[in-house]
Design a protein around this ligand. Structure first.
Ligand SMILES: Nc1ncnc2c1ncn2[C@@H]1O[C@H](COP(=O)(O)OP(=O)(O)OP(=O)(O)O)[C@@H](O)[C@H]1O
Ligand SMILES: [Mg+2]
Length: 209
């Protein structure tokens, strides 16, 4: 599996967000998109996930892929407990026990029966991370995964993501330079066009920043 975005253009109400944008992604590893607020990072993820369509251009290689998407907002179901939010993405067999195990892995076993409105922002984020990982996609889209997490939780979540998604392709969007440096094989700076600032997959370790 490798994904290619070819000459993608997308506007909202006449304002261009993606303008003839192209990008080739490797089949595994973590590719980070770094860039200022409003430059179109979430739009790119939404187009890859098929939630938004391009005005022109193509995205090749996502057909038949199972995609885990950790949205920029947690998007937990408010009427479900933490446990049920995770159970919802699991096959029915053993779903309760598996969901409980995912909650344990993100340090929230005691919050299983709590509803999203009863959790702190960082706790909700960890439930959302657990749900995205539990779904087990071939491709993971991670939009600001560590927002609202304290330093200790962030380190544990980085470690968990690395461990549970080995060999899979991850597209990481973050403003967090430490997380980007720690997790990424390739880092692109996106600001209208893409500038590659780190490439550990294609040999030479380049740092232009
Ligand atoms: N559904 C939409 N309708 C109208 N405009 C939109 C929509 N989605 C995104 N935009 C606009 O597209 C631009 C890019 O938004 P996007 O959310 O992709 O940015 P981003 O790089 O993810 O920013 P941030 O780092 O703040 O999350 C912004 O100007 C935003 O207002
Ligand atoms: Mg965004």
């Amino acid at each position: 599996m490798s994904i290619e975005i070819r000459s993608a253009s997308k506007s909202y109400h006449g304002a261009a967000v993606l303008n003839n944008f192209s990008l080739s992604l490797p089949s595994t590893g973590t590719v980070c998109l770094f860039g200022p607020s409003g430059c179109g990072k979430t739009t790119i993820l939404n187009c890859i996930a098929g939630l938004e369509s391009l005005d022109s251009g193509r995205i090749i290689g996502t057909e038949n892929l199972k995609i885990s998407y950790l949205f920029q907002e947690d998007r937990l179901l408010p009427w479900n407990t933490a446990l049920k939010n995770i159970e919802a993405v699991l096959p029915r067999k053993n779903s309760r026990a598996l969901a409980a195990e995912w909650l344990r892995l993100v340090g929230l076993e005691a919050a299983a029966d709590k509803y999203p409105c009863q959790l702190s922002g960082g706790m909700r984020r960890r439930v959302a991370i657990a749900r995205a990982l539990a779904y087990g996609g071939d491709l993971l889209l991670l939009d600001e995964p560590f927002q609202r997490l304290d330093a200790g939780s962030k380190d544990r979540m980085m470690e968990l993501i690395e461990k549970k998604t080995e060999g899979k392709l991850k597209i990481l969007v973050t403003h967090d330079k430490k997380a980007a440096d720690h997790l990424s094989d390739i880092i692109y700076h996106f600001d209208g066009k893409m500038i590659k600032i780190l490439d550990n997959i294609n040999s030479e370790r380049q740092h232009y920043t």
